[in-house]
Design a protein around this ligand. Structure first.
Ligand SMILES: Cc1cc2nc3c(=O)[nH]c(=O)nc-3n(C[C@H](O)[C@H](O)[C@H](O)COP(=O)(O)OP(=O)(O)OC[C@H]3O[C@@H](n4cnc5c(N)ncnc54)[C@H](O)[C@@H]3O)c2cc1C
Length: 351
C-alpha cells in the first residue's frame, strides 16, 4: 500500500498533508517524494527560512480566513501538548498597521485568537493607525519541519524518498498510486504538467540574532514593507528580525543594505533589542511560493501515458503563510479526495 498516496514535496505544506492523512490512519499508504527533505537548505526549499509565526500578514479572503483559523486552533493544541519537542510555543504578540486593516480580517481574528485585544492609540507606535495584541504561535521553522519528519516516519510509518521528479506525471510511476498531492511550492511554476504561470516567488531577507531578553513578537505592517521580530522557540535566545516582501525577486543572495535597514527598523520598533544588546549571527533569504489569486488547493484529473486516469490534488502557493495556513490547506486538499480515501480504506480492510 506504500505508494497508494504520493505527496510530492517535503516543505511544511507536504508535511501537513502527510500529518492529516496519517492521523486518519493512512500513514503506511503514504510516500513523500521530494528533492529536498527536512534538514536540507536550498533557495529552492523555502520552509527552513521562515520566521515563523502566526500573524495578520495573510489575506482577508474567505479561504485565508478559514485556513488561518484551523491552523491556529491546531497549532495551539500542538504547542500545549508537544511544544518542547515540536519547537513551537505560545507567545505574546503585538501587531501594528500604518493604515487601517480590513474590518473583516480583524473581526475574524477577534473571534478565535486567545487574549485578543484592540490597543488604544496611546499604546501603539507613532505613525500607526491601528494595533492589536493576542497570544500567537511561534515556530522554530527548521526544527519544526524536522520534528514532523521524525513523527511521520517513526509514529505513522510514512516513507520518504529523495528524488527530483521530471514531471508531475512521474509521481504515478507505481501502478498502485491512487492519488498524488502536488505540494511543490515554487516548483509549481516550471514543473512539467503543472507549469502554473500565476506562481511567483516573493523574496524575504531575515537576520538570525541572539537577544534572549526578547520574549514577545512585534510586527509592523506598512504600505510596502513588513518589519517583524520573532523570538525562536527552543533556541537559547535566538530572534528572527525581518524583513522584506519582494514580489517576483528570486535571488537567494543577501544584501548588507537590507540587513542595515532591518536592524534600523526593528530596533526603532522594539528598542529592547539594544538593551543589553543583540548579536547578529547570520543573514538569510528565502522565496515565499506566492500565486496570483491566492494558494491553489484543487483536485484535477490527468490522462496518464499508460491510459490510466490520474488524480492530482494541487496544494501550493501559500506565500508568506505556509506555517499558519498549511493545516487548513491540507484539510481542504484531503477533503477533495474523500471518495478515493474511502475506497482505499475498504481495500486496506480486505487485506
Ligand atoms: C523570510 C520568510 C519568512 C516567513 N515567515 C513565515 C511566517 O512567519 N509564518 C508563516 O506561516 N509562513 C512564513 N513564511 C512562508 C513559508 O515559509 C512558506 O509559505 C512555506 O515554507 C511554503 O512551503 P511549501 O511546502 O509550499 O514549499 P517548500 O518549503 O519550498 O517545499 C517545496 C518542496 O517541494 C519539493 N519539490 C519541488 N519541485 C520538486 C520536484 N520537481 N521533484 C521533487 N520535489 C520537488 C522541494 O524539494 C520541497 O521539498 C516565510 C517565508 C520566508 C521566506
Amino acid at each position: 500500500m506504500g505508494r497508494s498516496i504520493v505527496i510530492v514535496g517535503a516543505g511544511v505544506i507536504g508535511l501537513d498533508v502527510a500529518l492529516l492523512l496519517a492521523e486518519q490512519g493512512y500513514g503506511p499508504c503514504i510516500t513523500v517524494v521530494a528533492e529536498h527533505l527536512p534538514g536540507d537548505t536550498s533557495i529552492n526549499y523555502t520552509s527552513p527560512w521562515a520566521g515563523a509565526n502566526f500573524s495578520a500578514i495573510s489575506g482577508g479572503d474567505a479561504n485565508a480566513l478559514r485556513w488561518d483559523k484551523y491552523g491556529y486552533e491546531h497549532m495551539l493544541k500542538l504547542a500545549e501538548e508537544h511544544g518542547t519537542e515540536a519547537c513551537i510555543s505560545k507567545t505574546p504578540s503585538f501587531e501594528y498597521w500604518d493604515e487601517l486593516p480590513s474590518p473583516t480580517k480583524i473581526e475574524s481574528m477577534a473571534e478565535y485568537l486567545k487574549d485578543f485585544r484592540i490597543l488604544s492609540l496611546s499604546d501603539i507606535p507613532e505613525g500607526c493607525q491601528f494595533g492589536v495584541s493576542f497570544t500567537t504561535i511561534t515556530v522554530n521553522a527548521p526544527r519544526y519541519i524536522q520534528y514532523l519528519y521524525g513523527v511521520l516516519q517513526e509514529q505513522y510509518g510514512v516513507q520518504f524518498v529523495r528524488r527530483k521528479l521530471p514531471s508531475i506525471e512521474a509521481a504515478f510511476t507505481d501502478v498502485s498510486t491512487k492519488v498524488v498531492f502536488n505540494c511543490t511550492g515554487n516548483g509549481a511554476r516550471h514543473l512539467p504538467g503543472v507549469e502554473d504561470v500565476r506562481s511567483y516567488p516573493t523574496r524575504g531577507q531575515i537576520l538570525l540574532t541572539r537577544a534572549p531578553q526578547i520574549v514577545k513578537n512585534v510586527m509592523r505592517h506598512g504600505k510596502d514593507y513588513e518589519t517583524y521580530i520573532i523570538p525562536r522557540p527552543q533556541s537559547s535566545g535566538n530572534v528572527i528580525l525581518g524583513g522584506y516582501m519582494q514580489k517576483g525577486v528570486s535571488t537567494g543572495d543577501t544584501f548588507s543594505s537590507e540587513s542595515d535597514s532591518i536592524v534600523e527598523r526593528t530596533t526603532t520598533l522594539l528598542p529592547e533589542l539594544l538593551t543589553p544588546g543583540m548579536e547578529i549571527l547570520a543573514a538569510f533569504s528565502g522565496l515565499r511560493p506566492s500565486r496570483e489569486g491566492g494558494a491553489r488547493v484543487e483536485r484535477t484529473n490527468i490522462q496518464l501515458e499508460d491510459s490510466r486516469d490520474g488524480i492530482i490534488v494541487h496544494n501550493y502557493g501559500a506565500g508568506g503563510t505556509g506555517f499558519q495556513a498549511g493545516l487548513g490547506m491540507a484539510r481542504d486538499a484531503v477533503g477533495a479526495v474523500e471518495d478515493v480515501l474511502s475506497r482505499l480504506s475498504r481495500e486496506k480492510s480486505r487485506l
